[in-house]
Design a protein around this ligand. Structure first.
Ligand SMILES: *Cc1c(COP(=O)(O)O)cnc(C)c1O
Length: 219
């Protein structure tokens, strides 16, 4: 079992040099969904610290026990969240990237208070306005950010997954514009196929699965 962290890190550094960016300003989120235990162990041994999961239950089985051995991990939820899983999500994750509706803000704020635990939050934007994808509609973003703010939730950034069958650059540029307009610091964008463009357009977190671990067994 191998993990391509070293070559990928070099590649990221080289892209940053070309784009005039500080390599420390781009963080690599290793997407460990659907990966076997040995892939996760190898990734940890290679020094990766930031991991992304798209399902709460799988994330619990991957990370609850490992967390004790690796206290400096940063776990990100990168998949859609149902309100009835808010409790587990607040308990486990350090960053929840997929806030996308007022009811979810309410459920998360309630759990944060109950558990006295405060993860960081990003809003997921449905950047390609695709009906099957989660994320807030672009036109509803301002209202959702205001809603979160009123309830005491600090939103630090935006996250998106562009349409699969189109080049991502225009969507990344749009997400960057939205983040600038709302004074949000973080941009979670770019996956194995398009992280180069994402770095060129100021991503602060890129989310990489396949390019690190190889193909997943299933999606
Ligand atoms: C699976 C997934 C990724 C990683 O995709 P790769 O193409 O394997 O790099 C990134 N972001 C999200 C939201 C995902 O669900």
């Amino acid at each position: 079992m191998t993990c391509a962290f070293a070559p990928l890190r070099l590649q990221i550094k080289e892209i940053c040099r070309r784009e005039g960016r500080d390599p420390f300003s781009v963080r690599l989120t290793a997407v460990s969904k659907n990966q076997p235990d040995e892939a996760i162990e190898t990734a940890l041994e290679s020094g990766l610290k930031v991991f992304g999961e798209n399902r709460v239950q799988e994330a619990e089985s991957h990370w609850i026990a490992r967390r004790a051995a690796f206290p400096d991990l940063e776990l990100h939820l990168i998949g859609g969240l149902q309100t009835n899983k808010a409790k587990q999500a607040v308990a486990l994750f350090d960053v929840i990237e997929t806030v996308d509706r007022p009811e979810l803000v309410d459920a998360l704020v309630k759990e944060c208070q109950k558990q006295a635990k405060f993860p960081r939050f990003f809003v997921q934007v449905n950047i390609g306005e695709e009906p099957q994808k989660s994320g807030v509609a672009i036109d509803d973003l301002s209202a959702l950010l205001a809603y979160a703010l009123e309830r005491g939730m600090t939103i630090e950034g935006l996250m998106c997954i562009p349409p699969e069958d189109e080049p991502s650059g225009l969507y990344f540029a749009l997400l960057r514009k939205l983040a600038l307009r709302h004074h949000l610091r973080h941009l979670s964008m770019g996956m194995s196929r398009d992280f180069r463009q994402a770095i060129a357009l100021d991503a602060t977190y890129i989310r990489i699965g396949t390019a690190l671990f190889g193909a997943r067994d299933f999606l």
